[in-house]
Design a protein around this ligand. Sequence first.
Ligand code: SAH
Length: 386
Amino acid sequence: MSTVSLPLPLVWTPPRSAKPPRHLADLSIEQVRAAVVEAGHPAYRAEQLSRHYFDAPAGQELTELPREAREGIIADLLPTLLESINDRSADRGTTRKTLWRAFDGTLIESVLMRYPDRATLCVSSQAGCGMACPFCATGQGGLTRNLSAGEIVDQVVNAARAMRAGELPGGPGRLSNVVFMGMGEPLANYNRVLTAIRRMLAPAPHGLGMSARGITVSTVGLVPAISRLTEEGLALTLAVSLHAPDDDLRDTLVPVNTRWPVREVLDAAWRYADVTGRRVSIEYALIRDVNDSVERADHLGRLLSGRLTHVNVIPLNPTPGSKWDASTPRAQDRFVSAVRQHGVAITVRDTRGREIDGACGQLAASVKAQTSAPTVRVERTVPARD
Ligand code: SAH
């Protein structure tokens, strides 16, 4: 007789249907009003709650509300979405990376960077990423799940509060920019990302009152989603992660290129520029002996010449175990001048937060290194739950 032993689950997976709790940040002001009225409160409480969430200093009590109503309404519309479990600073405190834990144990990161003239938050739009770019740490683990609009907004609200409170050197300030360059592919989580952006743009008390041009959506080049974004009538900044001017190489660096090749991605980008009047950023992670030749720089220059665009060179941040490295300073200089020869604007991005694994492409790697439990199983192909 033999006994059958069932394998114990080695990892904990959040139930598929589990959703973050409802939060005011997921809702339009009309929806907040409806929710407030449904819970038996006067409609004007919606404004008070919104102002409290978007505008009040951290830790301030909601004193406008009668004490007996406070607890219920907070549980109902302002539940905690993200809990900060680790903060690390670099660059003399002007760069701060926060590791957040969501309701289901999912871990994500955001990075706040203060400059003399602005403050930028790099936000995550998904836990993990399904795009599988081989040089990016997040791409190695696959997609865990989409973040809700509220979970995206909450990263931004926390950064805006930190700036107002003067938590970064330089005194109280304002969060001026948000870049969707943290974990995830924002256009693969389109509806929630757009809802989150609308909350950032909405004037106080219903949102953060940010300017559209201060918000950058960075994409691998999901062409139908770029076209959809073009029609939104928002002057957001679009960044396209090109990384190679030719399909042969781009197929390997950005695998989704086999679906939407360079030509189609750039056509969609130029349409975006035409319709919105906004200069499109072309992201180019420079990888030694992979995509940094003068020939490729020339090719890139020819593709971009005469367009409303700007190239952002990102020196590769090697991820743990990666066979790739950043280009030599000499190769980088030659690449930049060769592109410039075509009259194309090009700059090299400064790499903030490298020593705290806060720089581009390193976020997921550091999340894994910092945490052991609970282990969230990473699944490659979780369908979008729109
Ligand atoms: N999914 C979005 C956002 C990704 S992160 C996108 O692909 O655009 C923002 C930028 O950092 C992208 O251009 C991405 O390709 C780049 N990046 C990722 N890993 C990197 C690394 N290890 N070194 C340099 N840049 C990297």
